[in-house]
Design a protein around this ligand. Structure first.
Ligand SMILES: *[C@@H]1O[C@H](CO)[C@@H](O)[C@H](O)[C@H]1NC(C)=O
Ligand SMILES: *[C@@H]1O[C@H](CO)[C@@H](O)[C@H](O)[C@H]1NC(C)=O
Length: 430
């Protein structure tokens, strides 16, 4: 089922309210999840971005990532938070799996990030009565989505339905400095080929009970706004419910899966299904989920939400935060500490050997055959990470000013030289 996203317009015209938008490259891809399965190997694979204090156990009583991390993969040096999601794989007709790489989002330059995602924090605007937001407190964490969901059986107007979706990028999309992709997002993975890739759109709840930094299910201490949904960012509702009266910044992430190498009809299933699956054994996409573990330094996020109201989301234009150059963020990395191959080649089973469960009943936890259940001390990788060049520009290379206010100039580089490859806009698109 598809729903027309009113969010297509979110970044088409600058908004007169606070917004920060920034790339975070990949820190590590491994079977760890300090929120859901602390201290043990996770049943499925996650890709993690953010501060390098990330670990199998992250107990807020003795670990403050803002202080413990020595680097972050996010463009803003103050953001030592961690963000993680499932990993997408292509299932080959011979039954083996290949990781689908991620590519940079449009206008996230001046250089290319290595994998990862784009992170946004939005401040609400009228008509909500909760205009004053409170940034997350140290120790705060939350989850959105359900890894075991396999059915499209919830109301299309429910916040849950709208909190995780996909956009199929077509060749005829606007491109250039327009936002790629037409609004026509789906709750499940697109059933057709997407010539320029697939984007995951993930919105976290924006209302907090004001007391609990976490909860048993990592979700019930937060809620989506209630009341009538309107347009743009208020698709979830307008005001926070009485049970969760504190308005948080709206945390939103986009992940762009480079499915282009797999758009070969002879490699697609002949029964009309599509070949992409998530690492928890989900061929439907309904199980898309994401985890957040707050780790901004001091009051930096609160200050950014109060000051960076230009609405263009260009990191360089948020002067209260420190932009680091893209080489620095790309080189903040951790090794996969589980002794298993997860990417760069065809693998016989999904990591953790999760079988595909296509629903519509909820998936169940399946005993992990002989998958590794311990980790080792692996050295931090030093080789340069792979960069994927997307089919759209990441910055505006002139001449003259950018045709819209949302494109960072390719020369708006931080003071430290950025040696990452610059991508110039293609001369003309179809
Ligand atoms: C992760 O935790 C282990 C065990 O407490 C510790 O030895 C290691 O240094 C931690 N890694 C990071 C990156 O903090
Ligand atoms: C499956 O196909 C891939 C891509 O051609 C190939 O690399 C791999 O070896 C094949 N595996 C098996 C088990 O046939």
């Amino acid at each position: 089922m598809q729903w027309k996203s009113l969010l297509a317009s979110v970044l088409v015209a600058p908004l007169a309210h606070a917004l920060i938008r920034f790339p975070c490259s990949q820190l590590v891809t491994e079977r760890s999840d300090p929120l859901v399965t602390p201290g043990i190997v996770s049943p499925h694979l996650h890709q993690v971005v953010g501060g390098n204090a990330f670990n199998f156990t992250m107990d807020p009583s003795n670990l403050d990532p803002a202080k413990a991390a020595t680097c972050t993969t996010c463009r803003f040096a103050e953001d030592k938070s961690n963000y993680w999601t499932a990993v997408m794989y292509f299932k080959h007709p011979n039954g083996t799996y290949h990781r689908v790489r991620q590519m940079p989002n449009h206008n996230t330059g001046p250089g290319l990030q290595a994998g990862g995602m784009t992170v946004y924090y939005f401040q609400p605007r009228a008509p909500t009565k909760n205009l004053n937001i409170k940034a997350f407190a140290p120790g705060f964490r939350m989850i959105v989505g359900h890894p075991y969901r396999r059915a499209d059986d919830i109301p299309t107007t429910s916040p849950e339905y709208r909190s995780t979706s996909y956009r199929c990028f077509d060749e005829s999309d606007p491109g250039n400095n327009g936002v790629p992709g037409f609004a026509g997002d789906s709750f499940g993975l697109p059933k057709k080929m997407c010539p320029e890739g697939i984007r995951s759109n993930i919105y976290f709840p924006q209302c907090w009970d004001g007391i609990n930094l976490d909860s048993e299910d990592h979700a019930s201490h937060v809620a989506h706004p209630a009341g009538p949904a309107s347009d743009g960012l208020q698709i979830f509702g307008t005001d926070c419910p009485d049970t969760h009266p504190v308005r948080l910044p709206l945390l939103f992430m986009e992940i762009i899966w480079d499915t282009r190498p797999f758009n070969d009809k002879s490699l697609w299933p002949t029964d009309g299904t599509q070949p992409f699956v998530f690492s928890m054994g989900d061929p439907t996409g309904f199980g898309q989920h994401a985890d957040y573990l707050f780790g901004w330094e001091g009051d930096s996020l609160q200050r950014a939400m109060e000051v960076c109201t230009g609405g263009d989301g260009i990191p360089w234009n948020c002067p209260v935060l420190t932009t680091q150059d893209m080489d620095t963020m790309n080189s903040c990395r951790q090794a996969n500490k589980i002794d298993e191959i997860v990417e760069n080649q065809y693998i016989d089973r999904l990591p953790g050997c999760n079988p595909l469960q296509d629903g519509p009943t909820s998936a169940t936890a399946i005993e992990n055959c002989d998958a590794a259940s311990t980790w080792t001390a692996a050295p931090t990788p030093t080789a340069a990470p792979a960069l994927v060049t997307p089919p759209w520009p990441v910055c505006w290379d002139g001449p003259g000013p950018a045709p819209n206010g949302l494109a960072p100039l390719c020369d708006s580089k931080p003071t430290k030289a950025n040696s990452g490859p610059l991508v110039t806009p293609p001369p003309a698109r179809r």
